[in-house]
Design a protein around this ligand. Structure first.
Ligand code: HEC
Length: 217
């Protein structure tokens, strides 16, 4: 749940990511994000045959959306675990969402204790995020970003040039766009994203990724 989904990614894109992880061109801007280093180590240790087999396997698997996006002024009170999950606290208390996007399991026990891959997640976004995100995604917001459909396809389900992003979890999408903005994800193809991310504020990132995550994959 706290990691990027790999199902339904095109073979070429998947192989390019493994190459970028291995060469250091896809790094997290957060140096404390341990699993980004683990991913790079795994990519470096795979043979080309293993990389190809993994890419073909995951490309053959349809991506199923497992997160729903809700706009809200408040979120259930939560704590962060060491492995990067936000878990609802006991009781029914809430706290103001502020300018945050918060993802947490629908069912803490199913997701955290059982690691049930079929128990979904909820993403809470500030009120107004979806409408603001839709405008930026569809129009580029007068040069603030670019219309995403030009490269990611009209429904953001991917085209030869760029991967599918619709319905994938907003925290992951936002991390990727932030890494591109910071320049730590800077593979040859990721440079195509530069004009789309360089001027975005954190609020724009929240709005855009909440909207993209709300779409049908
Ligand atoms: C000019 C073409 C282009 C435009 C416009 C564009 N993208 Fe991209 N995007 C790409 C390419 C190419 C990649 C893959 C980069 C790579 O291979 O590392 C990508 C990758 C991404 C990723 C990472 C996906 C993943 O699975 O890690 C996200 C998120 C993303 N784009 C979001 C957006 C959003 C949101 C917009 C609109 C605001 C947008 N892009 C506009 C070309 C584009």
């Amino acid at each position: 749940m706290q990691n990027g989904p790999v199902a339904g990614l095109p073979v070429d894109y998947f192989l390019r990511q493994l190459a970028d992880f291995a060469s250091g061109r896809r790094r997290s801007a957060d140096v404390n994000k341990a699993n980004a280093f683990e991913m790079a180590a795994m990519a470096r240790n795979m043979t080309p045959e293993e990389q190809k087999a993994a890419a073909e396997y995951f490309a053959s698997m349809p991506f199923t959306r497992w997160i729903r996006v809700i706009e809200s002024d408040t979120v259930p009170t939560f704590t962060a675990t060491v492995n990067g999950l936000f878990l609802k606290s006991h009781g029914n208390e809430t706290e103001p969402i502020g300018r945050r996007l918060v993802e947490m399991p629908e069912d803490t026990y199913q997701s955290n204790m059982l690691r049930n891959p079929r128990s979904g997640m909820v993403a809470y976004a500030p009120i107004g995020s979806l409408e603001a995100g839709e405008t930026l995604v569809k129009t580029g917001g007068n040069g603030r970003t670019q219309a995403c459909g030009a490269c990611h396809g009209p429904d953001l389900r991917g085209r030869a040039v760029a991967p599918p992003i619709a319905g994938r979890q907003p925290g992951y999408l936002a991390r990727q766009m932030y890494d591109m903005q910071q320049g730590t994800r800077n593979g040859e193809a990721a440079k195509m994203m530069r004009a789309s991310v360089e001027k975005l504020t954190e609020d724009d990132l929240i709005a855009i990724t909440a909207y993209v995550a709300s779409l049908q994959p």
